[in-house]
Design a protein around this ligand. Structure first.
Ligand SMILES: Cc1ncc(COP(=O)(O)O)c(C=O)c1O
Length: 384
């Protein structure tokens, strides 16, 4: 259990809460970051303790560009990167700079529930677009474009939160083509792209299309190192990034997170980020397989889900009529938790869905949690 004075999460003892979508404390790399920080602090150059360059520390961006080039299998340049204090902050900044209250945006249904909170803060009008196992449905997007003019479309193209769906390569091409034709921005939240557990890689990230100058790609160290770093990036073409780097926030405070960028620069240059990513992928892949197997044993066949190839989540789809929000209270009494589908719907739908995360708990707890969840579901569904 985390200490609530210092951590956002405060789990009751004994509770196996599949709603928690963050790494377990044991996966937070204390020793690794101690080494990286010592490397940076032992140097003679204290520039990373000054107000930083607006676009972000150039040495860090060069190291990050190298890391992304390797994992995206794409030539990423340092000047295509803007340093953020995490993907959430990056998204909030893009709302500030590219949208006005009352503007229309498109989001997927389901979508990342906390992004919906950010859009609400900016008073944006949300139009939702359906997805299937191949990601956002392009025909539905075309239909909505005939009736609405969004300032941007927010998508999680790879290992989606909460559905784990991945947008197919052909659909990526079509999506970018539509953004050019119809003059809207694509805000691609690609924070899970590097967490791939399958033998073959996912389709190229939407970051591959930044030359179109209609795409901005959000990345984050929250999923591949530690959320407490509050460090991420936006990858984009020259015109769009210019609009980002010229904002008042940076004029006053300078570039974001120069200190943490300095530490992460060392972590990347010393090969420690690569090592950590390997550990995370191995651990999460094991957890994902264990939870999928346990669900197969304990859940009724009428609950559908597919085994994800990456990311943090398994998306459960119950028969119509099941209300996962209502069932949640029964689950809590049995010391198991999940997030109900309604949270991920901009129109308060998806009542028959639920998101499970396998990032926080270890294999035995995941198996026990699946067993408890199975009991709750079977009891709840007796009436159906
Ligand atoms: C799709 C998505 N975007 C953004 C975030 C938050 O990222 P960060 O910690 O970099 O703000 C999360 C974390 O759960 C996420 O799932």
């Amino acid at each position: 259990m985390n200490d609530p004075r210092i951590a956002q999460l405060n789990l009751p003892p004994g509770m196996i809460d599949f709603g928690v979508g963050q790494p377990s404390p044991a996966l937070l790399p204390l020793a690794l970051l101690r080494t990286a920080a010592a490397n940076r602090l032992d140097g003679k150059d204290a520039a990373f303790l000054a107000y930083g360059a607006e676009q972000g520390d150039g040495y860090f961006r060069a190291a990050l560009a190298g890391l992304l080039s390797e994992h995206y299998r794409l030539a990423v340049e340092a000047d295509q990167l803007f340093v953020t204090a995490g993907a959430s902050m990056g998204l909030d900044l893009l709302c500030t700079l590219f949208a006005r209250p009352g503007d229309t945006i498109f989001v997927e249904e389901p979508s990342y529930f906390l992004a919906l909170r950010i859009f609400a803060d900016h008073h944006l009008k949300i139009i939702s677009l359906p997805m299937d196992a191949g990601g956002l449905i392009i025909e539905a997007l075309e239909e909505k474009l005939s009736r609405h003019r969004p300032v941007f479309l927010y998508t999680i193209p790879t290992f989606h939160n909460p559905s784990s769906y991945t947008l197919g390569a052909d659909r990526r091409e079509l999506l970018v083509e539509l953004s050019r034709k119809n003059n809207f921005l694509i805000v691609a939240d690609e924070v899970y792209h590097l967490l791939n557990y399958a033998a073959s890689p996912p389709p190229p990230p939407l970051a591959s299309y930044i030359e179109a100058d209609t795409v901005l790609s959000l990345g984050s160290f929250s999923k591949i190192m530690a959320p407490g770093l509050r460090l991420g990036w936006i990858q984009g073409g020259a015109q769009l990034l210019k609009r980002v780097t010229r904002c008042g926030l940076l004029d006053s405070g300078g570039g974001l997170n120069p200190f943490t960028s300095g530490v992460m620069r060392s972590a990347i240059e010393m090969g420690l980020q690569r090592d950590q990513l390997k550990i995370l992928k191995t651990t999460y892949a094991k957890r994902k397989s264990a939870l999928s197997k346990a669900l197969k044993i304990y859940l009724p066949d009428s609950v559908r889900y597919s085994e994800p190839e990456g990311g943090f989540f398994i998306w459960l789809v119950f028969p119509e009529g099941v209300d996962t929000e209502k069932m949640r209270a029964e689950a809590r009494r049995k010391n198991v938790g999940y997030l109900p589908g309604i949270k991920f719907s901009s129109g308060r739908k998806l009542k028959n869905c639920a998101r499970l995360s396998f990032s926080y708990f270890d294999v035995p707890e995941l198996e026990e949690g699946a067993r408890r969840l199975g009991l709750v579901i079977k009891e709840h569904m007796k009436g159906y």
